[in-house]
Design a protein around this ligand. Structure first.
Ligand SMILES: [Zn+2]
Length: 223
């Protein structure tokens, strides 16, 4: 398979073969346990053009710029941009006004402090939104945890606990809400079957638009 740009082949007890390009341009094939390498190659070869086009499209999506923590640099919070502003007061703590005000005394550890601030804010905001949706749907998680996940914005444990990445708090509230609702519905329906999506749609009729936003902008959240 030398000329075929497949990064990973995941075999499982599925019956069909599928191909995807992740947002970081990795090509992943999902295939049944015993499907021959030759068949996989044929399947992928026949879709070379699609792969190339999709990789191009993914590369064109917006991407987070690594932070240098300089005055005026932009930080996202609930879908809005806040320029970083250093304050000279040693007693101050991080505060979000129309800017993200950070004590200069935090240097050289500014990145860590800002991350901790995001975690705290995510904890408050996500917990309260989760409670709200829990009340609305009657689905209640056993626990809510904020994680450091890079790509999994939300996940659900089989003990009925929900995990959310602090990075999600950078996204607009309606996107945060979508991820929360998605995970809450998993408490009843663990897979991504049509039944799962039907339930999501019942509770959030415009979920597809929000899901699409996340697909296109998720790289922005990977700080
Ligand atoms: Zn899911």
């Amino acid at each position: 398979m030398a000329d075929i740009p497949v990064d990973e082949i995941i075999r499982s007890r599925r019956k069909t073969i599928s191909l995807m390009v992740t947002s970081d341009c990795r090509v992943i094939v999902r295939a049944p346990m015993k499907l021959s390498q030759v068949r996989i190659s044929q399947f992928v070869s026949a879709r070379q053009n699609w792969i190339a086009k999709t990789v191009e499209k993914m590369k064109g999506r917006p991407q987070a710029v690594p932070h240098a923590y300089t005055e005026g640099e932009l930080f996202w919070f609930l879908g809005r941009e806040y320029p970083l502003h250093f304050v000279d007061d040693d007693q101050a703590i991080i505060e979000r006004t129309d800017r993200l005000c950070v004590p200069r005394a935090y240097a050289p550890d500014i990145g860590r402090h800002i991350r901790q601030w995001y975690v705290r804010e995510a904890e408050k905001e996500i917990r309260s939104r989760c409670m709200w949706f829990s009340m609305m749907t009657g689905y209640s998680p056993a626990s809510i945890r904020i994680t450091d996940a890079q790509k999994r914005w939300g996940s659900c444990t089989h003990k009925g606990g929900l995990n959310f990445s602090w990075r999600l708090i950078q996204a607009p509230l309606e996107i945060v809400d979508y991820v929360i609702l998605h995970e809450l519905v998993h408490l009843r329906q663990m897979d991504h079957s049509p039944r799962f999506w039907k339930k999501v749609e019942e509770l959030m009729p415009d979920y597809e638009r929000r899901k699409q936003w996340l697909r296109e902008n998720e790289r922005l959240l990977r700080i």
